[in-house]
Design a protein around this ligand. Sequence first.
Ligand code: PLP
Length: 381
Amino acid sequence: MKLHSKIVHIGVCTDEKTGAISTPIYQSATFRHPALGESTGFDYSRSQNPTRKVLEEGIASLEGGAVGLAFASGMAAVTAVLMLYKTGDHVVVVEDCYGGTYRVVNKVFNNFGIAVSFVDGSNIEEVTQAITPATKTIIVETPTNPLMKIVDIRAIVGLAQRRNLHSIVDNTFLTPYFQRPLELGADVVIHSGSKYLAGHNDLVCGFVVARTSELGERIRFIQNATGGVLGPNDSWLLIRSLKTLALRMEKHNSNALVIAKWLKNHPRVAKVYYPGLAEHHGKAVHDRQASGYGGMLSFVVDGAHLSKAILQRVKMIRFAESLGGVETLITLPAVQTHADVPADVRERLGISDCLLRLSVGIEDPEDLIKDLEQALGGQKI
Ligand SMILES: *Cc1c(COP(=O)(O)O)cnc(C)c1O
């Protein structure tokens, strides 16, 4: 089956008894044992739930992995993966990663004696230099958040394999529709499913997909032991959301390309970061590892007054955190999503008060441009 069909058919007709087309919501905490020492495969819903299982197998098949696991949030997924490591270990993480990932490694896991180095993932020399004898893993995002830097997944995988480290890719921005890191050799993919996979700004969830069953089962053990699982209702809603993933991603992609080109020519916009633009740094690498550019872009305006004014002036576009939904959202990463990244690091990375991040939705692009035009032009400030 081609990917587009596979996406639509996740969870179709799993109920042998009734033939229901839609996966039932098994709202049950526990399951009757057929006899002592026997199980239907379901004992207690922290360990496994039939609705969640359909979703987990679906995600695993889209990413091309052996094991998929659904979590209560993207951060629960990130946390479960980091629990593979122990005191004395060292992890290497891209420096402009999701703010919450920065926070959990830097302010939670370091309390357990896990050291971290933040690196420019687009500079393989810098990643190599950061590796110490204690290093166990390299965690990357590509494109990065919010500067849309491109990390060469094959280069990271090659480096990790030579040094016997895990390579982990947060694939939230592109989804398996556009990019499948496990097929490039990565060991683990992480998702905030709250973003494009759910796609409607109405649900918080996360995923881990492991390439091998050996590593997948280790993370499943952690999931069951620590308990950050996704409930059956939210699992069902995600199965439902996934059916339109291909359509949504195509529209996010085409809208974002139109907006990026329009912004680039606006006199008050100094820079646009979008991997679909011909001049985007790393575009050639991106084109080798992904089949689309997604709906995320960032742009720099000529003054902090203007960026604040835009957040006030937008009408159809909403000033809100998060991303990946059908509605277009705008945010100021320096204040909102990346506040936990120290100011000097933000400055060095270019996450300034003039940088706005747009999660381009699936509205008519003319309406989006009209809204941006009045917000950027507006009255004098
Ligand atoms: C949102 C996000 C996360 C965290 O996911 P939650 O579902 O909000 O917990 C992790 N990584 C990336 C890239 C994200 O955008």
